[in-house]
Design a protein around this ligand. Structure first.
Ligand code: AMP
Ligand code: GLY
Length: 425
C-alpha cells in the first residue's frame, strides 16, 4: 500500500515509525515530515494545511490510505477532500473534528448529553463575559477561546484583573484571530490530569493505554505552558475503577452523542480528563492523537497500527485486535533553550543511540545540505520502553545523552510525580 501521513512533528514520526512495521506498508510519504521522519518515509514539501496540494499529491502518487494527524487540517476538512477523490483516511471528517475545533460546540455537547465536565457559560461579547466574571466573583476562573489556538487559548486567571485581561486579549485584541469571537468561561477544577486516546469507528470504542503529559516548561511544573515537555504511560492515576467509570460516563456517551448529532466520529478521539474529587471530568476533547502522548502510547502497541486504522475507516474496529504491552514508556522532550519564548535554531544534531527499546521521535528538525539541524522549539522526544516506569525513565534519560545539539534544554523531572503516585507517596 502507498500511505501518506500528514504532519511533521514528533507525533507523526511515532505514527510513521509504527506504520512502517506493518507488512502491508510498501511506501510511506510524509507531508511535510521532518529531518528524522526522512529516514523512514519520503518527505514531501507540502504543508499540513495545504489541502489542495495534498489532494493533488494523493491523486498523482496512487495513495491508498492517508493518515491526517494534526488538528488544523482535520478541522479544515482534509479528510472530506481526500474522501471525495476516493482516498481512504484515518481521521474524522470536519463535521466531527469540530469536537476539538470549537469549545462552544464541545461544551454544549457535554451539557446536552450529561457528560461530566466543568460548569461554564459562553459569551460573544467581551463586556458580558467580564460582567459575568465580576458578578460570580469566583477565582481562579478559566477563560477559553472557542477555536483552535495552538494550545495557547486557555488562561487560568487568579483574580478579576487577570480574567479581564484574558477576555480582552482573546476577544478584543484577537490574539487568536476569529478563534476568539466567542469565549467559554469555565469553573476551575482540581485533580490529577490523565490523557486517554481512543480508537473509534462510531460503533466501537477502544481506549489505548493512558498517559500523563508535562505541560510546563520548568522542573516542578513551573514556568509557562508548552506543547508538552514529556510524557509517561501508563498514567498511575488512571486505575481500573476510574477507567471503567470513564468508559461508562464519558467515552461511550461521547461516541453516542456524536452519532445522535449526525457527526459520527471516526479516528482517534482524545480525552483530556481531570480526576476531580467528584469523579472524572472532561477538560478537553482533541480530534486526533496527542503530542507528545503518541510518542509513549504507540511504542506500547503490539498490534498492527495500519490494520487498526484501516478497520476504523471501514467501521469494523470490533473485528481487529488492539493489544498493548504491560510495560511502560517514557518520553523526554529535548528542546531549544528559550522555548516556548525566543530561541536560536539551525544547530546540527548528532544522534548515537543503540538501545533497541529507545526511539528518538524528531519534532523540530529539518534536513539542510544532508545534515539534520534544529528548526523548532521542541526538537525531539527521546522515548524508551521497559518493563516498568522506573526503568523506562532511566533509559530515556540515558538516551538523551546520545542526542546532542547546541542549546539543548530538557526538564530533569519527567515522570517523577507519576513515580511518587505509583509508589503511594
Ligand atoms: P487545554 O489547552 O484545553 O488542554 O488546557 C490547558 C490546560 O489548562 C489543561 O491541561 C489544564 O491543566 C488546564 N485547564 C483547562 N481547563 C481547566 C479547568 N476547567 N480547571 C482547571 N484547569 C483547567
Ligand atoms: N498533549 C496535548 C495535545 O496534544 O493537545
Amino acid at each position: 500500500m502507498n500511505i501518506m501521513v500528514i504532519g511533521g512533528g514528533g507525533r507523526e514520526h511515532a505514527i510513521v515509525h509504527k506504520l512502517a512495521m506493518s507488512p502491508k506498508a510498501d511506501k510511506i510519504y510524509a507531508l511535510p515530515g521532518n529531518g528524522g521522519i526522512a529516514s523512514q518515509a519520503e518527505c514531501v514539501n507540502i504543508g499540513a494545511t495545504d489541502i489542495e496540494k495534498i489532494v493533488e499529491f494523493a491523486k498523482n502518487n496512487a495513495i491508498d490510505f492517508a493518515v491526517v494527524a494534526p488538528d488544523d487540517p482535520l478541522v479544515l476538512g482534509a479528510v472530506d477532500a481526500l474522501n471525495e477523490i476516493g482516498v481512504k483516511c484515518f481521521g474524522p471528517r470536519a463535521n466531527a473534528a469540530i469536537i476539538e475545533g470549537s469549545k462552544v460546540f464541545s461544551k454544549n455537547l457535554m451539557k446536552k448529553y450529561n457528560i461530566p465536565t466543568a460548569g461554564y457559560e459562553v459569551f460573544d461579547k467581551s463586556a458580558d463575559a467580564i460582567s459575568y466574571i465580576e458578578k460570580e466573583n469566583k477565582f481562579p476562573v478559566v477563560i477559553k477561546a472557542d477555536g483552535l489556538a495552538l494550545g495557547k487559548g486557555v488562561v487560568i486567571a487568579q483574580d478579576f484583573a487577570e480574567a479581564k485581561d484574558a477576555v480582552n486579549m482573546i476577544m478584543e485584541d484577537k490574539v487568536f484571530g476569529k478563534s476568539g469571537n466567542n469565549v467559554v468561561v469555565e469553573e476551575f477544577l482540581t485533580g490529577p490530569e490523565v490523557s486517554v486516546l481512543c480508537f473509534t469507528d462510531g460503533k466501537t470504542l477502544v481506549p489505548m493505554v493512558s498517559s500523563m503529559d508535562h505541560k510546563r516548561v520548568g522542573d516542578g511544573d513551573t514556568g509557562p505552558n508548552t506543547g508538552g515537555m514529556g510524557t509517561v504511560a501508563p498514567n498511575p492515576c488512571y486505575t481500573k475503577e476510574i477507567a471503567d467509570e470513564c468508559m461508562k460516563t464519558i467515552f461511550i456517551p461521547t461516541m453516542d452523542a456524536m452519532n445522535k448529532e449526525g457527526r459520527t466520529f471516526k479516528g482517534c478521539l482524545y480525552f483530556g480528563l481531570m480526576i476531580t474529587p467528584n469523579g472524572p471530568k472532561v477538560i478537553e476533547y482533541n480530534c486526533r492523537f496527542g503530542d507528545p502522548e503518541t510518542q509513549v502510547v504507540l511504542p506500547l502497541l503490539e498490534s498492527d497500527l495500519l490494520e487498526i486504522m484501516m478497520a476504523v475507516e471501514e467501521e469494523r474496529l470490533s473485528e481487529v485486535e488492539v493489544k498493548f504491552s504491560d510495560g511502560a514508556a517514557a518520553c523526554v522532550v529535548v528542546a531549544s533553550k528559550g522555548y516556548p519564548k525566543a530561541y536560536d535554531k539551525g544547530f546540527e544534531v548528532t544522534e548515537k543511540i543503540s538501545d533497541a527499546d529507545c526511539f528518538v521521535y524528531h519534532a523540530g528538525t529539518s534536513l539542510k545540505d544532508g545534515k539534520v539541524v534544529t528548526s523548532g522549539g521542541r526538537v525531539a522526544g527521546v522515548t524508551a520502553r521497559a518493563e516498568n516506569l522506573e526503568e523506562a525513565l532511566k533509559k530515556a534519560y540515558k538516551a538523551t545523552e546520545g542526542f546532542e545539539f547546541e542549546n539543548k534544554y530538557m526538564r530533569t523531572d519527567i515522570g517523577q510525580r507519576a513515580l511518587a503516585i505509583k509508589n503511594g507517596k
